[in-house]
Design a protein around this ligand. Structure first.
Ligand SMILES: [Zn+2]
Length: 353
């Protein structure tokens, strides 16, 4: 058995035992209060059928999660949780439900479901999609890969790019790895020049007559819909303007993305957002200067996608979140929420995500 599979087996055994025996309640009572922030994108629905399953959570799973935690934990918005974490007034452990990007099902499916259970979500929106009805580059990439096929996409991209180093990386990956979606996206994310990538993808979308605007209208909510969510008590947070990888931006570009998305929400909702989430959220997707810009802009919290829970006194611009998608398992969430996995981490065992 490989080391990774062994770690997965240990993680699963601990989670199953805590959940099935009810020991999680004892661990929760013995642990100090903590906040588990769940991170998803959308609830599986017709509008997001084109998105991959790791961006969707099934309605039935979400109901099960909310019912389980609703009986034992407080379920808060990010702003409420941040306030308690900062002030040290977290009387008991809590859960926060966050959804990234601003997909339309958040209004049509997520909100009615949560409201019927008496809870509210925090929705982080990428404001350019709402304001200009423009897709971010990852959606354009998936559309083009689907339409052209991987090998043709790589050839066409390389022919148009003004970025010799990026082109060389893309060609190398295409040859070595058989040009899987994952590897192509990875090179476009971290290796090619950002603005050149925007230009080339835009040019390819036009050349192939692919309608990014129509897909944006299908996937993303409008400002009117965001206002409705806000009025109904859901929290609207910011997620940059263009879903930029902040670690790949200059300090000026970071400020524009972080302050610009805040200004857009303030303009459209009449209230400045308190909460921010780093796009992609892994520690190599943002950096210290982005974290400083978040604080300077006036946000009270910022979330990553590194797993774990958050305790009073923690760094409010480096909050941990656990992803929920169509493979979500309640026992793993419970083991995390009650402090069981934090106990393992204290003992030097890092449960794999
Ligand atoms: Zn996102």
């Amino acid at each position: 058995m490989s080391k990774h599979r062994l770690k997965l087996a240990v993680r699963n055994a601990v989670a199953r035992t805590l959940y099935a025996t009810g020991l999680h309640a004892l661990v929760q009572r013995l642990s100090r209060p903590r906040v588990l922030i769940l991170a998803g994108h959308c609830v599986s629905a017709d509008s997001n059928a084109s998105l991959s399953k790791d961006t969707k959570v099934r309605a039935a799973d979400l109901v099960r999660i909310v019912r389980f935690f609703g009986r034992r934990y407080d379920i808060l918005t990010m702003q409420e949780a941040a306030q308690r974490l900062r002030a040290g007034t977290l009387a008991r452990s809590a859960i926060v439900l966050t959804m990234d990007d601003g997909y339309v099902d958040n209004l049509t499916h997520l909100a009615p479901l949560l409201e019927s259970l008496g809870v509210r979500a925090t929705i982080y929106v990428e404001t350019r999609a709402l304001s200009e009805r423009r897709l971010n580059w990852t959606h354009s990439l998936f559309l083009l890969l689907d339409h052209l096929g991987h090998a043709a996409f790589v050839a066409r991209y390389c022919a148009l790019a003004n970025d010799a180093k990026g082109v060389a990386q893309l060609q190398a990956v295409a040859q070595q790895q058989g040009a899987s979606t994952y590897h192509i996206k990875r090179v476009l994310k971290y290796e090619v020049q950002r603005l050149d990538r925007e230009r080339v993808l835009e040019a390819l979308m036009q050349a192939e007559r692919l309608d990014g605007r129509a897909l944006c209208d299908t996937l993303y909510m409008t400002w009117a819909q965001a206002r409705e969510l806000h009025t109904r008590g859901h929290e609207i947070g910011a997620h940059t303007e263009s879903h930029a990888i902040l670690s790949r931006c200059s300090a000026d570009e970071q400020r524009q993305e972080i302050e610009g998305s805040r200004a857009a929400i303030q303009r459209e909702l009449g209230a400045a957002p308190a909460s921010f989430a780093y796009p992609f959220g892994r520690e190599w997707d943002w950096n210290d200067s982005a974290a400083r810009a978040v604080t300077t802009a006036g946000y009270t919290s910022s979330t990553t996608t590194h797993p774990g829970t958050n305790r009073p006194g923690c760094d409010m611009v480096r909050l941990k979140r656990v992803m929920v998608d169509e493979d979500v398992r309640l026992d793993l969430l419970v083991a995390e929420a009650c402090g069981g996995f934090d106990l393992l981490r204290k003992l030097g065992f890092q449960p794999p995500a």
